[in-house]
Write a protein that binds this ligand. Structure first.
Ligand SMILES: [Zn+2]
Length: 373
């Protein structure tokens, strides 16, 4: 199975290069970017985003077998060195040309507004622009609340151009696939495209995977998304990666770091694909975030939830043609996950309207595309 995956990776993967055209407060008058990609890393902590590998956890053989190798890969005495080793795309590219929010060492805070701090309520908040006390579990119940993806899909400019790919198999409920009307591929479900050789291979690998868990391998989610993007060029894309959370629940800090590093590499490849594709190039914004934090202590990092301190603490990274390069934001600010839905719409020049009230956009520092030309 691994060899087949490797073959597919070699077949499809692209080299990382970067090309970016720079893009103060979001105004309704901006000429928005034409496309948006939303990428989530399930349960990935702000601590690792901003300070890299944790010294106690990477030294603890209970959580990090073969700590020596992991330290050679991810350790550096200073936080800036560590985070760059773990997440090179975040810190070499977004860190210079985009914006990163959530470093609590500077009182820059992003939090879930819902108090459950588990996945379904988190994704519900991100995509519907509000919290819902009745959305309190990860059970496979169809979400009654409208999400910004299905809203955009009702707009002429985006109709049929919205697509989502997720590792976790609960998303067809969270995003209400039956009602949503956009392409959504989750868990180990195959993407039907008989004429596409690469997708046929990906489907075969999925079919051969033993012990299919609720969370598909992120690599398969990524390859499926990338192939769909290459062929169909959707304007709104959501990619939900899940293996960071799985590794953490398994109390494997080594794998948690590896999965984060893999996600960084996938995002780098996607950015490169975008920046070498006419229509996407200099016309696409990436928003990268997580659905919840997790425990902040050596004994609590594996889990998250209402009673585990640190679980509501999240982060946000954004890069795109209208996003003003700001790197790590060090201002005392407080933003919430529920502000993302309207932020997504605003970055596309739309206003998200739902039966529920929708929280206001995050006032990202942006510039008008027309001002740049
Ligand atoms: Zn979890």
């Amino acid at each position: 199975m691994k060899n087949l995956v490797t073959c597919i990776v070699i077949l499809i993967s692209a080299q990382l290069t970067d090309e970016f055209s720079p893009a103060t407060i979001i105004k309704n008058t901006i000429s928005p970017a034409g496309n948006i990609f939303i990428i989530t890393l399930d349960g990935f902590r702000w601590q690792e985003v901003f300070t890299g590998a944790d010294s106690a956890l990477i030294s603890d053989e209970e959580y990090t077998p073969d700590a020596a190798t992991m330290k050679m890969l991810y350790w550096s005495p200073d936080a800036e060195g560590r985070r760059k080793k773990l997440l090179p795309f975040f810190w070499n590219i977004i860190g210079t040309r985009g914006q990163l929010y959530g470093n609590r060492h500077y009182d820059n805070k992003v939090n879930t507004y819902n108090f459950y701090s588990i996945s379904y309520p988190g994704y519900n908040e991100i995509f519907t622009g509000n919290t819902d006390v009745t959305v309190s579990s990860n059970n496979k119940n169809p979400n009654p609340n409208m999400n910004v993806l299905e809203y955009l899909n009702t707009k002429k400019a985006f109709s049929g151009k919205v697509a989502a790919f997720t590792s976790w198999d609960v998303f067809p409920y969270i995003l209400n696939k039956n009602r949503g009307g956009f392409d959504l591929n989750s868990g180990y479900s195959n993407m039907d495209d008989k004429d596409n050789t690469e997708q046929t291979w990906i489907n075969k690998v999925q079919d051969m995977t033993e012990n299919k868990a609720a969370t598909r391998h992120d690599l398969l989610t990524f390859l499926t998304a990338k192939e769909y993007i290459r062929i169909n060029q959707p304007r709104v894309v959501f990619i939900g990666l899940g293996e960071t959370d799985v590794a953490a629940h398994d109390a494997r800090y080594d794998l948690y770091l590896e999965k984060a590093a893999e996600a960084d590499r996938m995002i780098a490849q996607l950015w490169h694909l975008v920046q070498t594709t006419p229509g996407y190039k200099d016309n696409t914004t990436f928003i990268i975030t997580t659905d919840h934090g997790r425990g902040k202590k050596t004994g609590s990092w594996t889990d998250h939830g209402m009673f585990i301190k640190g679980s509501s603490q999240t982060w946000l990274a954004v890069i795109g043609p209208t996003i003003k390069p700001g790197g790590e934001i060090k201002e005392d600010q407080q933003f919430y996950q529920k502000q993302l839905a309207q932020t997504i719409a605003t970055l596309l020049g739309e206003k998200f309207v739902s039966q529920q009230s929708v929280a206001a956009s995050i006032p990202l520092a942006v510039e008008s595309l027309s001002e740049l030309r």
